[in-house]
Design a protein around this ligand. Structure first.
Ligand code: IMP
Ligand code: MG
Length: 184
């Protein structure tokens, strides 16, 4: 069995994703109004979600930045040992911060980011996540807005990868259990 084989039915279609991202953008636009806001994309997985979401934010004081982290490596379970490959470049002091992430799974990655940014004294920090795998949480992280909830499974497409493949698929798909190197 080859690695990363797709179950032949999308989990979330591009139309479902677009509708949900639209709702999330509207809610966040109401929440922040025109206050200074820095939206931070967690590379690489969140890049498609981020680009769709920020274009729904009606805020002239919106700044965008990017972080690149490493926790998963090539193993299946987030280790809790997270490092920055690339930090943000803008100053977040006294600004609202919105961390935009693809998936919160164990929560280790998000816990690391929240701890890193908190000490830089932003006005607030919130988390927008496309997919919440809530049942798998190990670290306690508050999620302010999520697109979809899934109990498990390994998802690809719309920015999400399996060994760097499938990020460019417009819909979200699941990898077959048999083709997974390990159970997520
Ligand atoms: P956490 O630290 O366990 O919460 O790991 C979250 C990170 O693991 C996400 O940013 C993703 O990069 C990756 N991840 C977790 N589940 C999946 C999945 O189903 N597909 C693709 N990447 C995943
Ligand atoms: Mg990620």
């Amino acid at each position: 069995m080859s690695q990363c084989e797709l179950i032949p039915q999308p989990v979330f279609t591009r139309a479902q994703i677009a509708a949900r991202v639209n709702e999330m953008g509207a809610a966040l636009t109401r929440l922040y109004g025109e206050e200074a806001l820095v939206a931070i994309c967690v590379l690489k997985g969140a890049f498609v979600f981020f680009s769709d979401l920020v274009r729904e934010l009606r805020n002239p004081n919106l700044e965008l930045d990017f972080v690149r982290l490493s926790s998963y490596g090539k193993s299946c379970e987030s280790s809790g040992h997270v490092i920055f490959h690339k930090d943000i470049e803008v100053d977040i002091h006294d600004k609202h911060v919105l961390i935009v992430e693809d998936i919160v799974d164990s929560g280790h990655t998000m816990r690391f980011l929240l701890d890193q940014f908190k000490v830089r004294a932003p006005r607030s920090i919130r988390v927008a996540v496309l997919i919440d795998k809530g049942e798998r949480r190990r670290a306690d992280v508050p999620i302010d807005i999520s697109g979809f909830y899934v109990p498990g499974g390994f998802l690809v497409g719309y920015g999400l990868d399996c060994a760097e493949r499938y990020r460019a698929l417009p819909d979200i798909w699941e990898i077959t259990a048999a083709s997974r190197a390990c159970q997520i």
